[in-house]
Design a protein around this ligand. Structure first.
Ligand code: FES
Length: 518
């Protein structure tokens, strides 16, 4: 069980990450010009939105960034902040789906995203605990060793520096291993807040707590609407993972939860490296110093959002870490969300099903730091009418390759199943009075389906469990105290407020009489 600390920045869950103790220095007080037509509204204050916003602003554009919560509230605030030259979609898989040229472009994009982070740190003198590390990927059996051979040859073919090694700083025994030089890690919130500051210093406007509910076309411009607020712009960038509304991205990307522990060890055996195994689901380990104290950052046990029990995922991860390291205490535990694209490549570019001039970026898999950065660059180029060599390969309107990625196709089948099955999936009848404080549950009371949460004081919050995106039934996430939708990953807090899109509207509150509470 992680110990509670004081958080300064907020994120999309009840658990705390070690990144939350940074004091924000972002100027969010600037007011927007009521008559201004911005060159672009950037929706979303994570790594993608911030990277696009600063690049556009320093190119002389007039940009407004609207964030529904606070800077880094979403996945950027929950990432484990690895910066790599390789990705979850291996270069071998990339080649089989997109050909040699596609694999090379993917490698170039990853590398360019990495370089962009490095140059931003240098140019804006960002202190974000950036450190270069060696990465190790190890196989524990013959089957994994064969996969490792493919990863090696695929990486070599696109010019990534990789070698076989017999030495890995892990207590586990292994069959074979690869060593990737020149990987890195950083503090994602320090980086995000510094980019936000650089953006406002350059004249950009940030509006936090501004949920753009919809975008409408008005003459030549787009209008982002948030309550009574209307923001006019020539172009719109959705940097929100899946863009809101019913669109094909929801069927082309599967949402996953990933689990992370910040662990204090009894001995100084913290690895000075980034270490990954090849299990399904996989684990990784690295070290980060927070407030002068070393932490083993251990993660993995990923599963589809809303499909498995988050408490079990944390428990299994902790058990695995305790088995292999001399654990003194678990200081932090938190989870985060990412999106697995159906064909292995992200979707970055102009949205084919929206009106002209609306862009999005999603489907980064577990590689959001590099892909979010390069997405910011690609979107900045496209918004300015400049060519990008990645435009075609990452185009959201591309047809998915016919061969390969069977597992990704399965993702779609699961989503489609939940669309139908979840609507009839609640058989449970229970009484609210049996609910423990601090817990949530799907109930059926007097024929009415309810997402019920009892807070620590005993008060009940009842919501309609039908997701406002496309009507699936949400599931309780007892670790992050949220209602998570198994279909496309929308998440809501205990009051029904949206934490994560693609939903933009809250879950409806349900009133029930006092008799039902007894
Ligand atoms: Fe699409 Fe819930 S996120 S139905």
């Amino acid at each position: 069980m992680a110990t509670k600390k004081e958080s300064i920045t907020t994120r999309d869950g009840a658990q705390q990450s070690p990144w939350q103790s940074v004091l924000p220095t972002v100027n969010t007080n600037a007011t927007m010009g009521q008559k201004t037509v911005y060159d672009a509204i950037v929706i979303g204050g994570g790594i993608t939105g911030l990277t696009a916003a600063i690049l556009l602003q320093i190119s002389g554009r007039n940009i407004l960034l609207a964030e529904a919560h606070t800077i880094g509230f979403g996945t950027t605030g929950g990432t484990s902040a690895h910066i790599n030259t390789f990705a979850d979609t291996t270069y071998k898989e990339a080649e089989s789906a997109f050909g040699k040229e596609g694999a090379q472009l993917f490698a170039d994009a990853i590398n360019e995203g990495f370089e962009l982070i490095r140059s931003n740190i240098k140019n804006y003198r960002i202190e974000c605990d950036y450190e270069t590390k060696t990465g190790f990927l190890y196989a524990e059996d013959e089957k994994q060793a064969d996969q490792l051979d493919d990863i090696f040859s695929g990486a070599k073919a696109v010019g990534v520096s990789v070698n076989y090694t017999t030495k890995v700083p892990t207590p586990l025994s292994f069959e074979a291993a690869l060593e990737f030089e020149g990987q890195a890690q950083f503090h994602p919130i320090k980086y995000a807040l510094a980019l936000a500051k650089a953006f406002t210093d350059a004249g950009g406007i940030i509006l936090e707590h501004t949920n753009i509910e919809r975008v409408e076309k008005e003459d030549e411009n787009h209008v982002g609407i948030s309550g009574d607020l209307k923001i006019k712009a020539k172009k719109v960038i959705y940097a929100t993972h899946i863009p809101p509304g019913i669109n094909s991205y929801s069927l082309r990307c599967a949402p996953y939860r990933s689990y992370v522990l910040g662990v204090k060890l009894r001995t100084d055996t913290y690895p000075d490296a980034l270490i990954y195994d090849m299990q399904e689901p996989y684990h990784y380990f690295r070290t980060h110093e927070i407030d002068g104290e070393k932490l083993l950052i251990a993660g993995g046990n990923d599963h589809k959002t809303g499909h498995d029990d988050p408490e079990k995922a944390f428990a299994d991860l902790e058990k695995y870490v305790r088995k292999n390291y001399n654990v003194s205490s678990i200081k932090y535990q938190w989870s985060s969300q990412y999106y697995v694209p159906v064909d292995g490549f992200p979707y970055i570019g102009e949205m084919p099903e929206a009106s002209e001039g609306i862009y999005c970026a999603t489907g980064y898999n577990g590689n959001g730091m590099m892909l979010g950065s390069i997405a910011g660059k690609i979107l900045s180029d496209l918004v300015q009418g400049e060519a990008s060599k990645y435009e075609k390969v990452f185009s959201p309107s591309r047809l998915k390759p016919a061969a390969g990625f069977k597992a990704f196709v399965q993702e779609n089948a699961d989503v489609a199943y939940h669309f139908v099955a979840d609507r009839f999936g609640i058989h449970e009848t229970d009484s609210l009075k049996r609910m423990q404080p601090g817990t949530g549950k799907l109930l059926e009371i007097d024929g009415k389906k309810i997402a019920a949460y009892r807070d620590d004081q005993g008060e009940i919050f009842a919501l309609n469990p039908v997701c406002t995106h496309a009507g699936c039934i949400v599931n309780w996430n007892g670790e992050e105290k949220s209602w998570d939708c198994p279909c496309h990953g929308a998440r809501y807090d205990v009051h029904g407020q949206v934490l994560t899109g693609p939903a933009t509207f809250s879950l409806a509150k349900i009133d029930f009489n006092d008799k039902q509470k007894e």
